[in-house]
Design a binder for this molecule. Sequence first.
Ligand SMILES: *Cc1c(COP(=O)(O)O)cnc(C)c1O
Length: 594
Amino acid sequence: MSELFSVKMRASAQGEHVSGAERIVPEGEVARTISSLADRALHHAKGRPDFINLKLEKPGDILELDALPVATETVSTPEEGWDLIGRLLASEGFRRADEIRSLFKETYRMRGAMLLHADTLERLEPDPERGVRATYMDQAGPVPYATQKSHFREALVLATKVSSAPGIVGEICMSDDPDYVTGYVATKNLGYRRITVLKQKGDPAGGRIFLYRGRKRDVQKTIRFLERQAVLVRGVPVDRPVDVWTQLRSELDALKSASLERTVKAANPSAKIFAANDYLGLAKTFGGSTGSRLLTGTTPAHLALERELARFKGAEAALLYATGYMANVGLISALAGKEDVIFSDALNHASIIDGCRLSGARVVIYDHLDLADLDAKLAIYPGRRRFVVSDGVFSMDGDLLPLPGFLAVCKRHGAFSIVDEAHANGVIGKTGRGLAEHFGCDAPDATVGTLSKAFGAEGGFVTGRQLLIDYLVNRSRSFIFSTAPSVPSVETALKSVRHLASRPSLVAKLWRNVRYFAELLQARGIKVEPQSAIFPIFVGDEAAALRKSAELASRGFVASAIRHPTVPRGEARIRIAISALHTKADLRRLARSL
Ligand SMILES: *Cc1c(COP(=O)(O)O)cnc(C)c1O
């Protein structure tokens, strides 16, 4: 066995403690552990620290202990939880259980634990402000999720160490994390009794009591054990990553069995509608959609468009949103939550960024199109569930995601893949069906699209397995709580999707223009390698880009100057988007003007 090291992290802001953690790891894990603890300190829910202390040292002899047995006691209120603690302590022969309970409040201000004589209730900690701190401990063996705090695993390690300290006969603990309401009471005999509710959510109070029984003069030995003896705890249960599909299935099953599952159906046209928001009847007159898809907003046209989009993308199912922006926000925030991690390309579209933010998940940005960086980050940022999200064609530079490599990295790490094909549909692949067609590979787990680009209409959509779509119908807030696209809009899109599906020659025509324009630019010494219909013409200086764009406008061309913050400072460019509508003469004139 290689040598073990103790790594400790403490973080504070303006002198106030923010977070702390420790590990005991083999030498080969030291560097990675330091980096993950630093990372954890920097991203703590309590705020950003201004001081982080990372300490690396060799602990003394290491004692190996078996984890206390664990049992969970489910209660529904803090009162029930504390009553249960009182009863459990009484059953263990603590005669003054109620008084011990009421002393617990005094621990809230302390950094460490109160060391209390179980019978005399005398406080034995040398410094009552600071309390006694149990430290130098970890679970034995690899920790699967080093960057993710597990209250339970860390508490079980601590409780196991504390319970084997000389003279300690019991412990009570409640976390000071406002979001974590579960606490425990532990004795050698009871084991570790998890009590599901000890406080209200949002309450920052927390503390510990160590109960001592023995001679006062032996208390020093107990404190030395708690504060200095290195301990590795064997047999700590490992929480496994959750498979996204399994989770979607079980959530839907739970909704179904509680009669809470929602499905989209078109309203019967002959029924008298008493569920719409069409207060004046104008929607009926002018073709508005009258309500959310789950109420009255679904028409046969909506369902037909979804079927057509699924067929176009070769997917089991599709779900329509009002816009592509809403599709990204609704998809990502429905899937990912607080305990999850999303890996997002540095140049992803704003709607992806907003979806990530709204999800509450930890977001890890990887370098643009850098699959090695993604791979490395997936290896060191574990989470309950992991999602990777990327543009398929990047909207500013038109560069293409190498989908097969991307999917291989996701698969290797068990991560769920999401690709936004807003600029890929109708452009990439022989018949415009996107990246999977172009590369001849599988589709991502979820694909986002818009109807507002190559399809020339408006609306957004998600395609994927039926299970994904059923889940979104029940959980995607921008789908559920917003009005359905109107019938004329849906009918336009439906015609357009059918049109493109039956005329792949349109895509070929676009690509003839793309290649022709690329040749014209190359002939003028402008280096371009078009991967899509978007050409970024690099200018550099912001003012020069604006002048260039104005000059083009004066010659009758509309081409935007893309500047900071869309692209980094000093990397301004003119963004040219080619269409099948452009004539060769148009392209020649534009190339000359550039
Ligand atoms: C345009 C775009 C969107 C937004 O689509 P809308 O339908 O216009 O809301 C989303 N993602 C990407 C990558 C885009 O380029």
